[in-house]
Design a protein around this ligand. Structure first.
Ligand code: NAD
Length: 353
């Protein structure tokens, strides 16, 4: 197949891990006779520095013409003033809105070999295989904001169709797995959560009667993710709760650098990015773990291009390389000699070949 992919390296370690992602995509394309064309564009702080815009017009038009978008990360200390009128995160929110990707999908699987890298006790991690589905384009992050000298407010709004469509994504994923869906809300306090819960009950009863549905308050979910993570199959939740819970869930896997994500909408053009940020503390050192980015490239092949065999080959190459003891610094044990970002990507490419 032929595909045009917009690549948005962004800031910090974004460019380092993006290079690893595109190298792996080139390797899998060569192996299977596909042709991927890359259009590299600015976003975030890099966009502010070069074009005074965190989501420049060229980036917007390239994304609109592409079959999928691969993103590194945005942000860094040089643009961190929360009161600045232009900030890198605005580029990310504008990108998600432009692509209309309302469902963020984050798989969390624990490789046995990395159980020691997790701060959670190994026996709790046994059998952990979770997908968190986060609503991405509604809720408090997108509601009206006000600010006066003495007060501030952020409006949280959810519409029925927004809740129904994210539930369908989550329930379809659960259907192909263990058939369990945990909907996380704060229905004891928030009206939006009570609405979310009502829509969940009616949608699931009408469309997915065979899925085992559970409701959980977000504070309890935060506790159970650490205490009994193997309990969860698919978790579905609203934007801000999902933002927080997915970072928490990432620590089960040992490092932010390991986990991929896909953001999907109605069209096949998805947005694929590792779950980590721009990691300014290690940027430019060549030591970032590229596995989250390479796993995101695999999700792109599966969800945007329908190339499931190729996606599975990449995922299994990552697993084999880790099993062979090749580790970047963030997942290395005391006896391991850590490899660089490039060496990790090269080992995965060798495994693919
Ligand atoms: P972060 O994810 O960048 O880093 C958290 C910790 O994890 C750091 O110690 C970092 O070194 C480590 N880490 C992250 N990715 C790694 C990798 N691939 N390999 C090895 N170690 C890795 O989160 P943060 O420090 O809270 O945020 C830094 C900047 O990133 C901020 O400006 C924030 O706004 C931005 N950010 C961007 C995104 C995004 O672009 N989607 C997401 C989160 C944070």
């Amino acid at each position: 197949m032929e595909a045009l992919i917009t690549v948005l390296p962004g800031d910090g370690i974004g460019p380092e891990v993006c290079k690893a992602g595109t190298d792996v995509l080139c390797a899998i394309a060569a192996k299977h006779g596909h042709r991927f064309e890359f259009s590299e564009q600015l976003i975030g702080g890099a966009g502010i520095d070069e074009a005074q815009d965190p989501f420049p017009a060229n980036t917007r038009s390239s994304c609109a013409e592409s079959d999928a978008v691969l993103l590194g990360a945005v942000g860094g200390p040089q643009w961190s003033d929360p009161n600045a009128p232009i900030r890198p995160e605005q580029g990310l929110l504008a990108l998600r809105a432009a692509l209309e990707v309302f469902a963020n999908i984050r798989p969390v699987q624990i490789l046995d070999e990395l159980a020691d890298a997790s701060p959670i006790k190994a026996d709790r991690l046994d059998g952990v295989d979770i997908i968190v589905v986060r609503e991405l384009t509604g809720g408090i992050y997108f509601g009206e904001k006000t600010r006066t000298e003495d007060s501030a407010s952020d409006l949280c709004v959810y519409h029925r169709h927004e809740v129904e469509r994210i539930l369908r994504v989550a329930a379809n994923l659960a259907n192909d797995r263990r058939g369990q869906l945990c909907s996380v809300d704060k229905a004891n306090v928030l009206e939006t959560s009570r609405f979310w819960r009502d829509v969940t009950v009616t949608t699931m009863a009408a469309e997915f009667p065979d899925i085992k549905l559970e409701h959980m308050l977000v504070d309890a979910a935060a506790m159970h993710l650490i205490n009994r993570p193997a309990h969860f199959d698919v978790i579905v939740t609203e934007n801000m709760f999902g933002d927080i819970l997915t970072d928490e869930a990432s620590m089960l896997a040992g490092s932010m650098g390991m986990l991929p994500s896909a953001s999907l909408g109605e069209s096949t053009c998805g947005l694929y990015e590792p779950i980590h940020g721009s990691a300014p503390d290690i940027a430019g050192k060549g030591i970032a773990n590229p596995c989250g980015m390479i796993g995101s490239a695999a999700l792109m092949l599966r969800h945007s291009f329908g190339l499931d065999v190729e996606a599975t080959e990449i995922e299994s190459a990552i697993r084999k390389v880790i099993s062979a003891g090749i580790r970047t610094a963030d997942i290395a044990g005391a006896d391991d000699s850590p490899v660089s970002t490039t060496e990790m990507a090269d080992a995965i490419i060798q495994q693919l070949r």
